[in-house]
Write a protein that binds this ligand. Structure first.
Ligand code: ASP
Length: 342
């Protein structure tokens, strides 16, 4: 079977060149020149029965420059090419890849085709680059039909022989080729000599029509609690209506210091309709409000138990929920697993 794969290059180390200012994204045509080719055929000719469409986010960026408007632009490009392609690859910097993967998993409601983010720890111009194998693996999964592989209808990160659910993933290393981990959800596939897909853990959605919900609010803060933290710091922001949501990274399974100031903060959030999403500082495991008495201050309708959500998914989900849903629907939407993130 033939497949059509859409590849969007957004930047990142994958295509970076050393300059006097440090590593900076190169352009797509020079990347194509550096990808291994044989006997006059290009790298992409190696993938028999796959045809490609190439696109570039203009200008390509270090992924620290990615923001919600680019998440929307990527979503729009996927929608534009959705009917004519079998799978989508987004080449992206690793620094914020887990945020973009999470955001796209919320934007692309009803997604029924694979969207795979990949990149590299060493640029394509480096003799030891991991970019070639990462891109090749992503092509197999996006062009699944040409290789007799199952269709994985979700947003994923393909990196160093692993295929991970995008909104379950965090960047865990700045230099290991194993740059990402999905601490609370099994790998969707392993890509060794054989590509083995774990079909039991792949997402099944009720909706079948692609529909985009691409607004994100930036009126959120990410608060990591630490011994001695003063929650009154947030009071002014809430009273002046500067924030609409807080991702609260609690201790352990949802615990906070036994201090009246926390109770006052939660009450203030309720009065001002500021949504609180409780997460944990631990990469493994999750929040379980009520397990310890130290978490009881969070038993309040304005607080959602984030369970085993990653930090990246929690922040993008809160931004997305505030951006797209009225205040009275936010708690219930945060409690739902939108794309398998909890
Ligand atoms: N700073 C780079 C980026 O995120 C890092 C990488 O791609 O590995 O764009």
């Amino acid at each position: 079977m033939a497949s059509k794969v859409y590849i969007l290059y957004t930047g990142g180390t994958f295509g970076m060149l050393k300059t006097a200012e440090g590593l900076t994204p190169g352009n797509w045509s020079s990347i194509i020149d550096y990808l291994p080719s044989r006997n006059g055929s290009t790298f992409f000719d190696n993938f028999k029965n796959v045809s490609f469409t190439f696109d570039v986010l203009d200008p390509p960026v270090d992924s620290s420059d990615i923001n919600p408007s680019q998440w929307g632009a990527i979503g729009d490009l996927i929608r534009e090419h959705y009917q004519s392609h079998d799978g989508f690859i987004i080449i992206h910097g690793t620094d914020t890849m887990a945020y973009t993967a999470s955001a796209l998993s919320f934007i692309l409601q009803g997604l029924q085709k694979p969207v795979i983010l990949t990149g590299a720890q060493l640029p394509i111009f480096h003799p030891r680059t991991d970019g070639v194998v990462n891109l090749s693996n992503a092509i197999y999964l996006a062009g699944h039909e040409a290789f007799g592989l199952p269709k994985l209808p979700e947003v994923m990160i393909c990196f160093n022989d692993d295929l991970l659910r995008g909104n379950r993933t965090s960047k865990v290393s700045t230099n290991d080729f194993e740059g990402f981990d999905s601490p609370n959800y099994p790998n969707l596939a392993s890509l060794e000599q054989e590509i083995v897909v774990n079909t039991n853990v792949v997402l099944h959605r009720k909706e079948k029509e692609l529909k985009l919900l691409e607004k994100f609010s930036n009126k959120v803060v990410n608060v990591t609690v630490f011994p001695g933290y003063n929650p009154q710091i947030l009071t002014r922001l809430i009273k002046q209506k500067e924030i609409k949501g807080i991702v609260l990274k609690t201790f352990g399974s949802g615990n906070l210091p036994n201090d009246k100031a926390w109770e006052e903060l939660v009450t203030l959030c309720k009065t001002h309709k500021v949504q609180v999403l409780a997460t944990t500082q631990c990469p493994n495991g999750g929040v379980d409000i009520g397990k310890y008495s130290a978490s009881n201050v969070l038993v309040n309708e304005v607080v959602t138990d984030g369970k085993d959500i990653t930090s990246e998914a929690a922040l993008t989900k809160l931004m997305w929920v505030i951006g797209n849903f009225p205040a009275d629907e936010r708690s219930s939407t945060l409690r739902e697993s939108i794309s398998g993130e909890i």
